[in-house]
Design a protein around this ligand. Structure first.
Ligand code: BTN
Length: 319
């Protein structure tokens, strides 16, 4: 399917005959493949009698060369998949098979994208970023302090460098624009957290997605916010650069060094909130985060600290 998509990516008309010749299939097989692609990906394909087929919007597909040659680096080994169940799952399989970190898995689509709390991460073909970076941690439990918050900051910086204004963070690691989720982060650990272990840093960014009926929370994409399509290779290269910088600072100075930068981007700083942990709920005002990235809440006049995991945060009102 990727070959077909590469042919159409330029946004010009291609006749069924020419496509069939390139792919070595009949014109009716071309027609069937295009229908399948449209249904699976949500991409719009124009069909005009006498001219052929055309993608309604030209596409920039993921390019290993562009990502590897990005001037700012870092130059981690990158593996690109046309289709994979989940880039996090693939990263874990590679690690299990003996690949040494750091390395990066990216994909054009995921058939079983994993979200937090057992949710599905909607991952259509050639529209968004599905990114899993594997890094080795060897400083014991300190290595994890604030790690998922750091990743949120890196994603936010990458999105901003694409010219998206109004983006911010929601503790612990959601990236929102106008109150809607534009990116999600899922960290998965392998090994002994007290000793040497690996973490898979999974990042999903909604880049050029226009419609997704199956997402059960308010969402947006970079295209929706900016009004134009955004090159995913540029976003991935920026994210590599930002993660390289922030992971380096985290390793040498600890999360404490990033704390005030994180807080200054926290959209709900000082807001009244309800924190949901399992079946329990706590109402309070957000004071900020501590040196480990845990949430500091003022609850009935005294301070409470809540760490990540299954916690979720909800606005109490819209004031
Ligand atoms: C969330 O629910 O907010 C986290 C979503 C994380 C999605 C990304 S997409 C790349 C990586 N592979 C996965 O299966 N999940 C993460």
């Amino acid at each position: 399917m990727l070959t077909l998509l590469r042919l159409l990516a330029d946004g010009r008309f291609h006749s069924g005959e020419a496509i069939g010749l390139t792919l070595g299939i009949s014109r009716s097989a071309v027609w069937k493949q295009l229908q399948l692609m449209e249904a699976e990906s949500g991409l719009v394909i124009n069909k005009v009698r006498g001219r052929g087929y055309q993608l309604a919007t030209p596409l920039a597909l993921l390019s290993l060369e562009e990502i590897r040659d990005a001037p700012a680096g870092p130059h981690w080994p990158v593996f690109l998949h046309e289709s994979v169940d989940s880039t996090n799952a693939e990263a874990l399989r590679r690690l299990d098979a003996g690949s040494s970190a750091p390395f990066l898995i990216i994909a054009e689509r995921q058939t079983g994208g994993r979200g937090r709390r057992g949710r599905i991460w909607v991952s259509p073909l050639a529209q968004n970023v599905y990114y899993s970076l594997v890094v080795r941690l060897d400083r014991g439990s300190r290595s994890f302090e604030g790690l998922s918050l750091l990743v949120g900051l890196a994603v936010l910086n990458a999105i901003r460098s694409a010219g998206i204004d109004g983006a911010g963070l929601k503790w612990p690691n959601d990236v929102l624009v106008g109150g809607r989720k534009v990116a999600g982060i899922l960290l998965e650990l392998v090994g002994d957290p007290a000793d040497i272990c690996h973490v898979v840093i999974g990042v999903g960014i909604n880049v050029n997605m226009r419609i997704a009926s199956s997402i059960d929370q308010p969402w947006t994409s970079l295209l929706i916010e900016s009004g134009h399509s955004v090159d995913r290779n540029v976003i991935i290269s920026s994210l590599n650069k930002e993660l390289g910088i922030l992971l380096g600072r985290h390793a040498s100075e600890g999360f404490e060094a990033l704390r005030s930068e994180w807080e200054s981007n926290h959209l709900w700083q000082g807001r009244k909130v309800v924190l949901t942990a399992g079946v329990g709920k706590v109402e309070g005002t957000v004071l900020g985060i501590d040196e480990r990235g845990a949430l500091r809440l003022s609850v009935a006049g005294s301070e409470q600290v809540h760490s990540g995991g299954e916690l979720s945060l909800r606005l109490q009102d819209d004031s």
